[in-house]
Structure formats: C-alpha cells, structure tokens
Design a binder for this molecule. Sequence first.
Ligand SMILES: Cc1cc2nc3c(=O)[nH]c(=O)nc-3n(C[C@H](O)[C@H](O)[C@H](O)COP(=O)(O)OP(=O)(O)OC[C@H]3O[C@@H](n4cnc5c(N)ncnc54)[C@H](O)[C@@H]3O)c2cc1C
Length: 464
Amino acid sequence: MSVPRVAVIGGGLTGLATAWHLRADAEVVVHEASDRLGGQIATVPFDGGPLDVGADAMLARQRAGPELLEQLGLGADVVHPATGAVRLWLAGQLRPLPSGTVFGVPTDLRSVAASGVLGPADLAFIASEPLRPRRFVPGDRSVADLVGERFGARVVERLVEPLLGGVYAGDARQLSAQATLPPVWAAAEQHRSLLRGLAAHRTRTADDDGPVFLTVRGGLGRVVDRLAAELGPRVRTGSPVRAISAAADGLALHLDDRAELVDAVVLAVPAAAAAAMLATGWPKAARELAGIRTASVGVVALAYDRRDAAAVPAASGVLVPRSEHRLVKAITISTTKWPHLADRPRLVLRASVGRVDDDRALALPDDDLADRVDEEVRAALGLLGPARERLVVRWPHALPQYGVGHHAKLDRIRHLLEQGPAGIHLGGASCDGVGLSARAGDAARLANDVRWQLARGVAEGAAP
Ligand SMILES: Cc1cc2nc3c(=O)[nH]c(=O)nc-3n(C[C@H](O)[C@H](O)[C@H](O)COP(=O)(O)OP(=O)(O)OC[C@H]3O[C@@H](n4cnc5c(N)ncnc54)[C@H](O)[C@@H]3O)c2cc1C
C-alpha cells in the first residue's frame, strides 16, 4: 500500500506544527511561499541580542501551546513574565489596568474604581448591571454592543478595546463577541447578569491563576527552528501554491512550474491566500473566505539608555485606547517584562502601531514612523532621551478580524468544502483563534482530521 501524501500550505506555526504531528503518518511536505519560515513569528537581532518582532508571548493557560513546547524539548527554556502589571495611557497619564477583569470586562467593581480609569457615573452604571433587565438578541453581537449595553461605552473604549487591540488591532463595533470573547459570551448566554456570570467564571478558574503568558529563552523563533530541524527536507521555502483542484484520484496542487497529486491538503495560510487557491474549484467557499477582513500592523523596536529611563514604570506594558488618537496602540517593555532580558544594557521595548481602518502609522516611511513613535513612547513613559537603536517591522494584512457571525461563516465555509472531494482541511489564524496557543491546538486538531480522513480512505479502498 502506498504512503499517503499530505501537502501542508503555509510555514507559520500552524503549518509547521501540523506537519510535525503528521510526520510519521504520511509523506508530508510543507509549502511556504516566502524564503523564511515562521510567518508571524520572527526573532531578529536587535541592540545586541535576539528580540521577537512578531508574536512575543504565548498564552500559558491554554495548554496546547505549552504542551507543544514540551514535546519539542523546549520546556526547560520556558520563561514567564516578571510582572503582569499593565498601564493605560489616558489623557496624558498612566493609570493601572484594573485587575480582575475578563478581557477588560469588569468583574470586581472595587479594582475598577481604584484604577481611576472610569468616572463615578460609569461606576454607578456598572454597579446597576445586575438589576437591569436583559435584552434578548438572537445570534452573535459585536463586542461594543454586548459589553456597551451592560457596562457602558467607556468600558468598551478604555478597557475592552485596548486589550482586544493587542490581539486583533480591531474595532469593538465590528468584532464578534462570540468569537473574540468566548468567556464573556458564555456568561451572557448563561446568566441574567453579566457581572455576576463573569464573577462566577473568575471563581471557577481561580485555580488557573498561574502565569498568563510565556516565551522561550532566545525568542519564539527557536520554536520555528526546532520544528524546521525536525521536519528537515519535508519543508520547501520559496514554494507558493497557486491553486488547488480536484483530480481523478485526490487533489492537485498547482505550483509555479508543475502540479503535484496529493491525498490531503492542509490550508494553514491567511484567509485571502486560501481564497485565492480555492477560487476556481470552490468559488463559494473562496468568496466567504475573502470576506474575512484583516488589519495591517507594525512593530517599532526601540532601545533607550538606562540613565534616561529612571521614570519608566515597572510594568510589562502600556495600552493606548483608540480614543486617544495616538499612533502607538501598545508598548511592551521587553526588558522589564521578561526576566531573561532584564540584564540587557539598554531598556528595550516594542511599540505596536496600526489598527483596522487606521493606516496613519503605516503610511509613514520607516524613519518618520520611528521618529513619531519614539516621541510618543518618550511622552508616555517619561524617558529623558531619544532611542539609541530603532527598527521598524511591518506586518501587512496580518491580523484577521473575526466579524459578527464569524462562527456561522466558518460553518458555512467548512460545509461548502465538504461538498467537494474529500481532503481539504482549513486552519490557520483566520479561522479558529489568533493566539499562538490556539495555533498549536489547531495544528493538533488538523493533524487528527487528516489522520481520520486517511484512515477512512484506506477502509473505503479496502472494502469489497
Ligand atoms: C505583530 C504581531 C504580534 C503578535 N503578537 C502575538 C503574541 O504576542 N501572542 C500571540 O499568541 N499571538 C500574537 N500574534 C498572532 C500570531 O503571531 C499569529 O496568529 C500566528 O503566528 C499565525 O500563525 P499561522 O501559522 O496561522 O499563520 P502565519 O504565521 O501568517 O503563517 C502563514 C504562512 O503562510 C504563507 N503563505 C501565504 N500564502 C501562501 C501560499 N500561496 N503558498 C504557500 N505559503 C503561503 C505565509 O508566507 C506565511 O508564512 C501576533 C501577530 C503579529 C502580526
């Protein structure tokens, strides 16, 4: 019996980890369009040491991420943040991000009041939430609609959207509450009061109160390097897949110079790339995929002399609400956040720019962008002198926007793909979770789906 052939398209974490799980089950090949692996994970030299300029942290409480690191033998190099303290930059002042929220949605009125982020009228509105009647809305709602109705627009603007901004660079009026805030969505479904439902959620998950994030000493690029080393010649860079079509015996993968026949294809690419590959064979699914919007973002890495940095707060980072109209949307103070970077001679940080429907920052040339970001960062953190090293990294169309109805859209796409020949498996950050731990979990699921398909194919082929 011949060994099944599986093509994994996309050499980001999703594709590489899926191929790694499947390495003993099939003849698996990863096709990566560009000349480097890792997708939105990139560790580069900056100011004398490695720095992550794409994703910089993995959620520790979603087990799939840490488990993958253990399986890859990187468990001993896992590092947790030295501090989880985060500040909000509001009206020129740094305020503490209140503790005890679920993605910025309050569960504890006292910590919200103590932070000074909201005024008395906002606090009174939150306090009255359990007493107010609930409006029934069938199906999905936007984050702003759900959270705004229960807690007020300022909670959305100052707490929830800044946190979601870090993940999606998105607009709370457009993002799906069901897809981007699952615990909030579940609490809203199950409880009359969202405040009480979320407080109950926090009590239930209190045992998970370990570190929220982790990284790997030396940078997350090491995860990519380890996967690539273990996959060896199964990985092809500079190998863009142009289209997929049904073939008499499986699926055909159309590369620049030839077509290859395979039994299964894993799509671990952004939605627009998947849409382009499926446009001819699966036009309806392709149209749905093409409708998933993205935000373009950038990271500006900056290094400051320590003597200029005495006033910088001992926080892992700063979030900046959209309503402040700044270019910077978040600052990660890398040398404070990560203990393994603490002894770097300079204070190193990363400022994130770019939001959906706001490309002001990315329209600037690198030098101008670095100047403007340097100015804003100095004002926010009280730095006394300019950055001594600067690096601008752009991530065009990187962050998918899970719009209202995202889950229903995915169901439709998967249903449409099931109508054709078997063997197309859709994954990647455009679909089921943007974070790296979600990507690791998606990879394990995709690998299982492929195994299941291949086993079923063998059973059907063997039938009389
Ligand atoms: C600036 C930034 C910061 C982030 N920070 C965090 C963070 O701190 N924590 C976190 O959990 N997540 C973070 N994320 C999100 C996270 O990095 C991504 O969701 C995740 O890396 C996506 O992995 P992926 O493999 O699904 O897709 P990608 O990494 O996008 O990989 C897809 C790959 O497919 C390739 N490709 C595209 N078209 C084709 C084709 N036709 N043929 C072959 N290959 C193709 C691309 O070149 C790319 O390499 C961040 C993202 C960005 C941009």
